[in-house]
Ligand binder design. Sequence first.
Ligand code: CP
Length: 323
Amino acid sequence: MKHYLSIKDIDSLPDWVSEARKLKEQPNAHKTLGEGKTICLLFFNNSLRTRLSTQKAAMNLGLDVMIMNFGSEGWQLEFEDGVVMDQGKSEHIKEAAKVVSQFCDIVAIRAFASLTDKEKDEAEVVLNGFVKQASIPVVNMESSVGHPLQALADAITIAEQNTKARPKIVLSWAPHPKALPHAVANSFIEMMQLQDADFVITHPKGYELNPEIIKDIKVEYDQKKACENADFVYVKNWSSYKEYGKILSQDSNWMMTQEKLGSSKFMHCLPVRRNVVVQDAVLDSEQSLTIEQANNRTFAAQVVLKKILSPLTPKGGIKNNLL
Ligand code: CP
């Protein structure tokens, strides 16, 4: 596999989930795969889980890891061609990506949506800038429109917990004081489209996601009705897609409560705002899968890195004949 940019890069979700679960049982079984190779994690935005789990996954595979908070420590990058760079931006992606490619064998990028310019966000300027200009595989650690490592971890978590042939899974919007991107919801939906489930999305009117991602998935505007008899309820805030990046509602009636959850399992990618997005009682209950979802981020990243590493030749080295 060359890059992991979106859920579309998964050729068989059941196979990937099964491989991740094997890696979870024996995390160090492929410790020599990354020997002599380096991954560079570039963060244009904050992170706890993605940073630590991707680093842990890389270490489990024997990779050396370099991490840079590019947003605060790197030069401000220019992504447009032919620009006279006499303003605030000091370095062009053309040089930056090529330089990074000299130091490592894989680069992973986190670059959130601006939520101010839909066209630019959907063009995935930062992620695709590295894909175009770097000469090494690129991994998406959450871009403007997708968070495929999170969605793969969520698929692993559902597979571990599911007891039914066709579970009912609900994706519910919840209130939040800040305008948040659509990436987690988008990738979760794309991942769900690869599963056999009774999948329902619920949100207030005005929060419809990109119709090209939703396709024919059922949207139920009554949250209580949507959650009835659910096996898993995945809660996430996102800002409006139509009125791009706007907060249209902060209605606390959409907060997930024990009453609405019933006996369903609760899922959230974290970080989560307690008693805004979800009640304490839910997060502190046995029904919450959030900590295991975070744990599974390591094995989602590990399966991705393992697939990328398998055909790779170390920088300045000779391809291992055993690979
Ligand atoms: N879920 C997730 O991506 O967490 P971080 O933003 O902390 O990496």
